[in-house]
Design a protein around this ligand. Structure first.
Ligand code: ADP
Ligand code: MG
Length: 316
């Protein structure tokens, strides 16, 4: 590749992860600048599409988190505009963004994911909260996690330890999405596993173990310095680490994800990993999980990002 590859890195946006996105964007731009490429950053605003259509950069890197970056819509627009971009295509991103659908696809492909029920706000109201809650508690008695069916950064997510917390947890989830996912809680070691496409197929990076001081990996625990400790590689048995890598790669393949993704998993005390979700544009800041995992393998970010850019330029 010559030194003239032109890249537009999209970052910012209006999601609550705006700040993380701006930091990811700067970090990506730094890594690509080191290759001597022509890199510019842009915000996803009203000027974006006209500017992109006029400039027609070789490749676009949508480093956007939250709905605007990960729900697939912007990617679908890039698809129809015929612009090459980094990461999953619109349809695959939409699938992964919808947690209940993602879980179904991963389960059908043979991956383990906690038992769950998905409830719309309408059904919850129509059949009565009490009746719904009784059925849920009857089928999943040993602890639940309630979350918006679509969302990120643990917003609207509650670990329900006592039955009387469930109504409030559902209402919280419904403030972020029209559907709530009520999932069996898995206790164990939380890990994040980055996946990068390589010539032989998707390759899992070492699992990063997440240990929040508060015990729950919530919004504050993600974005406050010192609130969470990370261990790379995760302090789990080699067999469990291998199984986590296999599950992350299986999720990437089953959902048809492209270039990079990061699976959020919990490894139970038997060493069995459970799939929670895959993120199609994981954080790529200096402290984010995927770059930490990549650096731990001795690879450098510029080379890794150049290699996925080459895939995007080649159309795969
Ligand atoms: N089934 C579960 N069992 C235990 N903890 C969970 C479960 N689901 C989610 N969590 C916790 O909630 C956090 C957020 O859930 P996740 O599904 O990854 O959504 P988000 O898109 O908000 O990151 C996870 O990082 C994990 O700490
Ligand atoms: Mg997550």
């Amino acid at each position: 590749m010559t030194g003239t590859t032109s890249v537009v890195v999209l970052s910012g946006g209006i999601s609550h992860e705006r700040d993380v996105s701006l930091r990811s964007g700067r970090r990506i731009a730094d890594a690509l600048n080191r290759l001597g490429w022509q890199v510019r950053t842009a915000e996803p605003d009203a000027r974006l599409l006209p500017d992109l259509l006029q400039d027609r950069p070789d490749v676009v890197w949508p480093a956007l988190h939250g709905a605007s970056g990960e729900d697939g819509s912007l990617r679908s627009l890039l698809d129809v505009a015929g612009l090459a971009y980094i990461g999953s295509r619109g349809a695959a991103a939409r699938l992964a963004w919808d947690k209940p659908t993602a879980k179904r696809v991963v389960a059908d492909a043979g991956g383990a994911t906690p038992a769950s029920v998905t409830l719309t706000r309408e059904v919850f109201r129509e059949i009565g909260a009490r009746a719904a809650i009784d059925v849920i508690l009857g089928s999943m008695p040993e602890g639940l996690v309630v979350k918006p069916a679509r969302g990120g950064s643990a917003q609207g997510v509650t670990v329900v330890e006592a039955a009387d917390q469930l109504p409030r947890a559902l209402m919280d989830a419904f403030t972020y999405a029209d559907e709530a996912l009520i999932e069996q809680r898995v206790t164990g070691v939380e890990v994040a596993v980055g996946v990068l496409d390589a010539d032989g197929g998707p390759e899992a990076l070492p699992a990063v173990e997440i240990v929040p001081r508060s015990g729950f990996y919530g919004f504050e625990e993600r974005y406050t310095a010192g609130a969470t400790r990370f261990y790379t590689p995760a302090r789990i048995a080699p067999e469990a680490a291998a199984a986590a890598g296999e599950l992350a790669a299986l999720a990437h393949r089953a959902m048809g994800l492209r270039h990079l993704s990061r699976a959020d998993l919990i490894v139970d005390p038997e060493g069995r990993p459970w799939f929670l979700e895959s993120n199609v544009m994981p954080g790529l800041t200096e402290t984010s999980l995927l770059p930490q995992a990549l650096l731990s393998t001795g690879r450098d970010l510029s080379t890794a990002y150049a290699s996925i850019t080459e895939r995007a330029l080649a159309g795969d």
